[in-house]
Design a protein around this ligand. Structure first.
Ligand SMILES: Cc1cc2nc3c(=O)[nH]c(=O)nc-3n(C[C@H](O)[C@H](O)[C@H](O)COP(=O)(O)OP(=O)(O)OC[C@H]3O[C@@H](n4cnc5c(N)ncnc54)[C@H](O)[C@@H]3O)c2cc1C
Ligand code: FES
Length: 254
């Protein structure tokens, strides 16, 4: 059940100049957090960051009562969050949204680009626990944009592409050689920039592979009231915040 909770900053770990992990301590961590769930964080009450900002759950630690977020600075809200200090208070609505499905004993490819890798470590963990054979493909512009490799390696093989070739294979994720034998995989799960997810979705559809994408449409309320996060689907317009963010590509009118 979703809750509005005050929480405390437990740690902010900078990964590079524009990316960090924000660990928040909660009085109560809701049970059954799934990969794909997100939170709406209240950043500030000033006019330019009045609205809450949505972030996928990156990690959950029930013993320490912490929930972690992997955040890329792109504007004022994500900048202000990076400047919080230990024990600062923050208000969040959590958990929101649906989650990726969990097949059993299948071969799954999990593809992340940019800040879209945020929900994918938890996803890899859940997929491995369900007996799936997990491969990760991470993409970025350069080596400095590739994060959390060791965390991903706990749950499967990690493949990498960078556009400048500074780490892994050179090119975009869809240029990676893993796509030469893509029908080896039964499922693809992805989160990242829209053009990347479109390209992956098309390849999956062409090859009859189950594919789920986690959309990052701009959001305001996060609970179905403002309708600013609508996406077009084969069954009409749907709210990404309440009916997503995870959709099967066959439901989308891409
Ligand atoms: C369900 C969901 C989960 C998300 N999970 C994460 C996550 O785990 N980690 C993370 O770093 N980010 C995540 N995002 C994106 C994150 O919410 C935005 O980057 C953040 O709200 C930007 O706030 P800001 O105040 O820093 O930037 P703003 O000042 O609000 O925006 C700066 C620029 O970024 C654009 N922008 C704002 N929001 C988005 C968006 N959602 N998609 C594309 N462009 C946008 C604006 O149009 C503007 O041009 C998620 C978004 C959604 C919808
Ligand atoms: S963000 Fe308001 S309806 Fe989805």
């Amino acid at each position: 059940m979703k809750k509005i909770q005050d929480c405390k900053v437990k740690e902010i770990k900078l990964l590079n100049e524009d990316t960090y992990i924000l660990d928040l301590e909660l009085p109560v961590v809701p049970e059954n957090i799934e990969a794909g769930n997100f939170a709406e964080l209240r950043v500030d009450n000033t006019a330019d960051v009045f609205l809450r900002r949505p972030f996928s759950v990156y990690s959950v630690d029930y013993d320490k009562k912490t929930v972690g977020f992997f955040v890329k600075i792109i504007g004022k809200g994500t900048q202000l969050l990076s400047q919080l200090e230990l024990n600062d208070n923050l208000n969040m609505i959590y958990p929101l949204g649906n989650s990726f499905s969990t097949p059993e004993n299948k071969k799954v490819l999990i593809i992340g680009g940019g800040s879209g890798i945020a929900p994918l470590v938890l996803l890899g963990k859940k997929q491995k626990e369900a007996g799936n054979d997990v491969t990760f493909l991470l993409g970025g512009r350069a080596a400095k944009d590739i994060h959390l490799i060791e965390e991903f390696e706990q749950y499967g093989e990690v493949k990498i592409t960078t556009e400048d070739g500074s780490l892994g294979e050179k090119g975009r994720v869809t240029d990676h050689s893993v796509f030469q034998n893509i029908t080896d995989f039964t499922h693809i799960f992805t989160c990242g920039p829209d053009p990347m997810m479109h390209a992956i979705g098309k390849i999956a559809q062409k090859n009859g592979i189950e594919c789920e994408v986690s959309l990052e449409n701009t959001m305001a309320c996060g609970f179905g009231a403002c309708l600013c996060c609508i996406t077009e689907t084969t069954t009409g317009n749907r709210c990404v915040c309440t009916e997503g963010p995870v959709f099967n590509v066959n439901e989308l009118t891409w």
